[in-house]
Design a protein around this ligand. Structure first.
Ligand code: GLY
Length: 370
């Protein structure tokens, strides 16, 4: 059963519980709405790959997370265990081990996680040599006073905690694809860095057209969010980022409010697709704030997509219909277990409930393809 409390109800409820004397009025003013479920429907939602890869086991990522949640595990432990399946699966070339590398052939990984009830967050960016960046992000959340560690520092942190550091996270497949891409790009012709980056992107798109890599794996990622029967909500996002990126490029995935945002009183939102669009608009934060104002997850997601469309004005980012020439997807879950997958163009998302795992079509902003 759910109650939505407005500010007056919130103060009244607090007064009944003897709380208002301890809570300054200014702070109460910052919490205009609280979704207060007495019980919630356990749900796990993720990008579509969360219901594809099993790493040789019996269950997909969303199944693993849902099973753990319903057996009483902490929700963050559960969603991270879910995405670990994909990070470790060599066939999944958009996250973790075997993720498509950067322009120099080096796999650099980004991840973040947030724990709603504990109000804790952690992330890593440009991390090399660790197959499961989500576990390092969780260690940042649990064992430091910080929210984000990057590059060598993140790797040293992981090494000190006993994570195995490997020289190279490429698989035969990811290295073969990188070599194919490299052959198509001749940097000596493009001394202007913008032209060089554009040539690299065009070569990647050509590889998509030739069926060598999947369009959604250009910015391949998994976001996974879960809620348990007590309404406790947590989320994680992990990725190898944009394929063939400039070394050091960090996308939206490890940035709180961009690739992931969780408010323990409201809900969670996370993203896959063009990270730069999210970094500019902080879409996951925008979505959670819309839910705080009472929006359903689907409407909150559409609001964020409209903002992205309004802020996409550079010609190079628009297709011949004047619309964004990129994919962007949001996975959204509120505290009562209502959820939505929304996207710029037709796509899919995964969900696991008491009915089992499902792959469903997203609510798309535009018909056709980017
Ligand atoms: N959304 C993943 C990235 O852009 O890195």
């Amino acid at each position: 059963m759910i109650e939505k409390l407005n500010r007056r109800d919130f103060i009244r409820a607090g007064a009944a519980a003897g709380l208002t004397a301890a809570v300054p009025q200014a702070l109460l003013g910052q919490a205009p709405a609280v979704i207060a479920p007495k019980s919630a429907r356990p749900v796990v939602i993720s990008s579509a790959n969360g219901n594809v890869f099993k790493n040789g086991g019996d269950v997909t990522g969303v199944q693993k997370a849902f099973g753990m949640i319903t057996q009483g595990s902490d929700v963050l432990d559960a969603v991270v265990a879910g995405v670990n399946i994909l990070e470790l699966d060599p066939q999944e070339d958009s996250v973790g081990y075997g993720g498509l590398p950067n322009a120099e052939g080096v796999v650099q990984l980004d991840s973040s996680c947030m724990h709603g009830p504990r109000r804790q967050a952690g992330g890593v960016a440009s991390l090399e040599g660790v197959r499961t960046p989500s576990l390092v992000a969780k260690a940042v959340l649990e064992q430091t006073d910080h929210h984000l560690l990057v590059g060598k520092g993140a790797q040293e942190f992981a090494r000190n905690l006993g994570f195995k550091i490997e020289d190279d996270l490429n698989t035969e497949k990811s290295r073969r694809l990188w070599l194919d891409w490299k052959r198509r790009v001749d940097p000596s012709h493009y001394l202007d860095p913008r032209k060089r980056a554009e040539a690299g992107h065009q070569a990647a798109l050509q590889m998509v057209r030739e069926g060598l890599i999947r369009q959604e794996h250009l910015w391949g990622t998994i976001n996974c969010d879960g809620v348990n029967a007590k309404g406790e909500i947590c989320g994680v996002t992990t990725t190898s980022g944009l394929s063939w990126k400039i070394p050091g490029r960090v996308g939206d995935s490890p940035i709180l409010g961009a690739g992931l945002y969780v408010d323990g009183e409201i809900g969670a939102a996370g993203s896959t697709g063009r990270g730069e669009a999210n970094l500019y608009n902080l879409s996951s934060f925008l979505i959670v704030e819309a839910m705080r104002r009472g929006a359903h997850p689907k409407d909150a997601g559409m609001e964020a997509l409209k903002r992205v469309v309004a802020n996409t004005v550079e010609k190079r980012l628009l297709n011949d219909r004047g619309r964004p020439a990129f994919d962007l997807n949001f996975y959204i879950l509120n505290k009562r277990g209502e959820y939505a997958g929304v996207s710029m163009y037709a796509s899919h998302y995964a969900v696991c409930t008491e009915k089992g795992p499902e792959t469903l079509p997203t609510e798309a902003m535009f018909e056709g393809k980017a």
